[in-house]
Design a protein around this ligand. Structure first.
Ligand code: FO1
Length: 311
């Protein structure tokens, strides 16, 4: 089993490469659920859904979230009633949220429903929400507001300055069934190049997950989400200062160092190799820009090679 800590799109691209290299049945992704929200009574899980749609080959090609060949009949009819359309739900995507919400209403945990969704899309890997319990990422802005992550990122387009990030509900959350086992019993744990604050950071906030990373006997190898001092996509460069972390491949490695064994950085950051090794980590340098599946597969091979070299 190969276990991947995952956010949304960056993780989906990485998983697509990993699935070229190891059988899908041997892959488990532990996925951030801090971005999840309820709209019109429907439970929406953007990271779980982005990974599912990506790997099933049905993701919207420009947005990289939501469905390809999407229509927006329901969204435009909702505007008729005066609903502000800041978070767009396409018609095909709505079917996923309707299924999930109705099953959760019957008492099925999110992890069970996630398995139903991935099965329906023909995926053989296992996606596990970090927790089945209700958590949400809250963003405190420098003007003193407390926003849901999606209010900050989508409604306010990531513009406000962020002073702190919290996973509300984390105190009483438990890892979803299978999460801790997937971290302990794996061949290797891989950390996708996802946001260290609102993707990987929120997964680690679920009590028991960080501890499992500390105690796991298997190598933990991550891919830097920072390339050439900035992000490939998303807002990590805006959030890292809020957790006093330098916006660099080395800075994120230092932030992860207590539980990390190996760190894969991009060719453009090759000069940081010695700095990363000085943190006590093994370091590999390669192309991490996963624009096509071959690069993603080669990146996955590099991660596995680094992990095996440490066993
Ligand atoms: N991102 C947007 O920028 N605008 C949207 O209206 C939007 C809707 C949306 C609906 C379902 C879904 O699964 C994702 C959606 N996203 C949207 C993407 C999402 O907000 C973020 O990119 C992720 O949460 C960050 O990982």
């Amino acid at each position: 089993m190969y276990t991947v800590l995952a956010g949304g799109v960056g993780a989906a691209r990485f998983l697509r490469g990993l699935l070229e290299v190891v059988p899908a049945r041997e892959v488990v992704a532990i996925v951030n659920v801090g971005d999840d929200l309820t709209r019109f009574g429907l439970r929406i899980c953007p990271d779980l859904d982005s990974i599912t749609y990506w790997l099933a080959g049905v993701v919207h090609p420009e947005q990289q979230w939501g469905r390809a060949e999407e229509s927006h009949v329901v969204a435009s009819e909702l505007e008729r009633f005066g609903h502000e359309p800041w978070f767009t739900l396409g018609d095909r995507d709505l079917a996923t949220h309707l299924h999930r919400t109705s099953r959760m209403g019957e008492g099925a945990p999110l992890s069970t429903v996630t398995g139903e969704v991935t099965d329906a899309f023909g995926l053989d890997l296992r996606l596990l929400p970090a927790t089945d319990d209700a958590v949400e990422t809250r963003i405190t802005t420098s003007d003193g507001r407390d926003l849901h992550f999606q209010e900050y990122w989508v409604r306010e387009r990531g513009r406000p300055e962020v002073t702190s990030v919290q996973l509300a509900g984390a105190g009483s959350a438990r890892p979803a069934p299978g999460v801790v086992e997937a971290l302990i019993d794996a061949e290797a744990v891989l950390v996708a190049p996802s946001n260290p604050v609102v993707s990987i950071g929120t997964i680690l906030e679920v009590p028991g997950i960080r501890a499992a990373l500390h105690t796991t006997p298997v190598p933990v190898v991550g891919v830097s989400p920072i390339v050439g001092g900035t992000v490939v996509r998303g807002m990590a460069h805006r959030l890292l200062p809020a957790i006093d972390t330098e916006v660099s491949a080395r800075g994120v490695a230092e932030h992860y160092r207590e539980w990390l064994d190996g760190w894969v950085i991009d060719n453009v950051d090759a000069a940081q190799h010695a700095d990363v090794e000085a943190l006590g980590l093994s370091c590999a340098v390669t192309d991490t820009m996963m624009d096509d599946v071959e690069v993603a597969a080669e990146l996955a091979r590099t991660c596995l090679y680094l992990a095996r070299s440490m066993r």
